[in-house]
Design a protein around this ligand. Structure first.
Ligand code: SF4
Ligand code: SF4
Length: 231
């Protein structure tokens, strides 16, 4: 099955398998850290797990101190955003003059840029993905000379674990019942939040979970929610 038909703006280019792109981001670029301001940064459950671990605080503490949680009338599940600092530039709370202070635990969107990724399941339930390059004018990283393929970028940014974790959510977020119009109740939306965005708490309260890897734990949580919501 082909990827969904999407009309891309001029500055976004779909990358073919093995195609290289020229880009590098480092403290020497003129725009260093500029993209860490005035941005809307949605966080996945795995982003929250890694960020809270990097900061040495609990998932709940992280949610309380660093996020904004929204659930509009049309939203199926709550959305979790990183709360920006009120400094006139809406800066990320983790930005410093030297760069990102949570670099080892930075969320997937920060690792992925300048790429964008689309992921879905085809009619046979097989995972499908495509990648685009977002060539934004303010970003001077495109004037650098490092060339890489998507595969090399993913390896260099430590993205594989993040993508595996985010793809685990697809059977839940794109469930057939939701496509047919089913809407979770308020209690189910809260369960989604407290289970997926507080995975260490889920580990502590779930039988035989102590030794699970992060991804195994996430898979267990997603399976439980699918059963709970859709039977
Ligand atoms: S705008 Fe581009 S080059 Fe500049 S800091 Fe951000 S990612 Fe790096
Ligand atoms: S988490 Fe780090 S890389 Fe991402 S926006 Fe904040 S400072 Fe920038």
């Amino acid at each position: 099955m082909h990827e969904p038909e999407i009309q891309l703006p001029d500055h976004i280019h779909q990358l073919a398998d093995g195609e290289t792109f020229t880009f590098s981001c480092h403290p020497g670029v003129r725009c260093f850290t500029e993209c860490c301001r005035e941005l809307e940064l949605a966080l996945s459950p795995y982003d929250v797990l890694r960020l809270s671990r990097e900061l040495g605080i609990s998932d709940q503490q992280f949610l309380d101190d660093y996020t904004i949680i929204e659930c509009e009338g049309t939203d199926t599940f709550p959305r979790v955003y990183l709360g920006m600092v009120d400094d006139g530039r809406a800066s990320c709370p983790f930005i410093t003059d030297k760069g990102c202070r949570v670099y080892e635990g930075r969320p997937a969107p920060c690792r992925t840029y300048p790429l964008g990724r689309g992921a879905w399941r085809d009619g046979n339930g097989h995972p499908q993905t495509f990648y685009v390059l977002q060539h934004e004018e303010h970003c001077k990283g495109f004037a650098e000379h490092d060339q890489q393929t998507v595969k090399e970028w993913i390896a260099g940014q430590g993205l594989s674990e993040y993508y595996k974790a985010n793809d685990m959510l697809i059977p839940l977020l794109q469930h057939e019942m939701l496509k047919k119009g089913y809407r979770p109740t308020f209690d189910q939306q809260q369960l989604y939040l407290t289970t997926l965005y507080n995975l260490e708490n889920f580990r502590n309260n779930s039988c035989n979970s102590e030794a699970l890897t992060d991804l195994e734990l996430l898979q267990k949580a997603v399976t439980l929610l699918i059963r709970e919501f859709f039977g």
